[in-house]
Design a protein around this ligand. Sequence first.
Ligand SMILES: C[S@@+](CC[C@H](N)C(=O)[O-])C[C@H]1O[C@@H](n2cnc3c(N)ncnc32)[C@H](O)[C@@H]1O
Length: 193
Amino acid sequence: MTKAKHLTKVTDINKLFLEQAINEGDIVVDATMGNGYDTKYLAHLVGENGFVYAFDVQEEALKSTKKKLEKDEITDRVELILDGHENMDKYIDKKVACVVFNLGYLPRAQHMIITKPNTTIKAIEHSLNLLKPHGIVSIAIYTGHPGGEEEKNSIYDFVENLDQNEFSVLESKFVNQINNPPQLILIEKKMEY
Ligand SMILES: C[S@@+](CC[C@H](N)C(=O)[O-])C[C@H]1O[C@@H](n2cnc3c(N)ncnc32)[C@H](O)[C@@H]1O
């Protein structure tokens, strides 16, 4: 497992927070499995007593993720689900420590299959309901592809209106990087009050 050592990408920053929030034995969700890098990373973080639910709408994503998990002999602690993250409430009935979104399209695959505002917001809503206190939803947002800017705007409309008594919402972005650098939104659920 690669730990975050530098801060050159928002995914490095993401790791700092995920490693704080996730303990061995936790249940976590990879809402956008893609090529399985995040699924594998999360599966190592939760350890053999933890569990990862991973979603994607493309068969190709499940295939390449399965291969990575088999190589590391960690398939038992992961369920790979061929369905949209907007349906995650149908698969998960336990509280989770974290839900990770890495939005946009699957690199090297069909760029038409992208995450979309309506389903992304629905999935974020489900994620917030599933979170345990101090759990985190992390959302890496990309705006360099058609549709990316619209998705970003609808996410901001949604998260800016979350009640600050219930959730802390943080944004991170490298402001001196060119070519639409990705940005990160982290939402932490506060203690129940
Ligand atoms: C940027 S990639 C994810 C990268 C991945 N986390 C990794 O480690 O390789 C975004 C993924 O979201 C998937 N996706 C698109 N719409 C989705 C939906 N409604 N539910 C779940 N995944 C979706 C795409 O098929 C694509 O594989």
